[in-house]
Design a protein around this ligand. Sequence first.
Ligand code: ATP
Ligand code: MG
Length: 420
Amino acid sequence: MSTFKAPKGTYDLLPPDSATFLAVREAIARPLRNSGYGYIETPGFESVDLFARGVGESTDIVTKEMYAFETKGGDRLALRPEGTASVLRAALEANLHKAGNLPVKLWYSGSYYRYERPQKGRYRHFSQVGAEAIGAEDPALDAELIILADQAYRSLGLRGFRVLLNSLGDKECRPVYRAALQDFLRGLDLDEETLRRAEINPLRVLDDKRPDVQKQLTDAPILRDYLCDACKAYHEEVRELLRAAGVAFEDDPRLVRGLDYYTRTTFEFVHDGLGSQSAVGGGGRYDGLSEMIGGPALPSVGWALGVDRTVLALEAEGIELPLPSVTSVYAVPLGEEARRVLFAKVTELRRLGIATDFAYGGKGLKGAMKNANRSGARYAIVAGERDLAEGVVQLKDMESGEQAPVGLNEIVAELETRLG
Ligand code: ATP
Ligand code: MG
């Protein structure tokens, strides 16, 4: 134990559990790589203003959850609380949208920071894998992203998740709805902060998680009844494409999500084994975001899936991912001479791509074999002075327990054959 602990709301990823975490990231990324999405990495911090404008001044993320600071040089920066604004900023800065190949499809994976009240599934440092398709208005693109997230979760063996789907309308129909909702909210018994929010961004009030607020919202006007014909047709097409792909979804007319910039298609993936932190991922269309951060009109759609909560969902379903053992061969030298000879074999095996480890620290046979066992290695190679004098090493099959001498010059080829 040292004097220090991981900061509140954070946790360390340690082996062997960290392998599951990596496998989840990989499982989410695979369908994206397979569908024309290129990898993008942006800085861990950005200008505060990017998030204020891109995520929304009235959102919890910006008002309460952002780690904002001023640098020694006087710049106002924030640790990134989400990925979309940064990715769009980077795409615009590099003129990716002018290369003539729209949509620009990008995926990312990384750490995000929000000053939240820590609880299970809600951390101050967490991981997301995300995807953004920038610069095209096409219901097939919205459907593609939902299908790829569904594929990712399924490939992990998850079954207890649901897709919630809604349309938030566009700049034609949303303002009409907004006004109607505002009228309704003004007549409710709400605290001052919520009433203020109702004036700035009334849709966000629908996202309020407090039961006493939710109870009052039962008869709130519903966006679906206000959608213009274009939005209705667009949404119907997304739903049709999902049905055709065999991806089940539930219409959730109340789904608004926490970010200001969404238009039209909005969706969330929820898992029923996670208690109150049930959202494992979410996203939607954000046709207005580019203009909000000073770019041209670029209708876009994207999602971000939470890696931490996906791992919790695996646990909730009792799924253990079939993680291949990290080490295939474990070398156990007995004595100085054997240490030199076997270390050379270890290097040779590693250069051939065979995962190999070595008993360091001059352990005795018993301790070293215990480590060999723990490593999960399929084979151990053991050599002492007498073996070396005979020009052999002992090759032990850790599964069957069988052991036989193999020539020192043959051992690498033998292991290569056996491990296929
Ligand atoms: P919630 O409503 O639970 O606060 P959110 O709407 O703020 O979620 P998004 O901004 O849409 O979440 O982020 C996408 C995903 O990232 C979430 O579905 C979740 O899996 C994950 N996520 C968001 N915030 C956290 C957090 N503080 N800790 C762990 N995972 C998080
Ligand atoms: Mg949140």
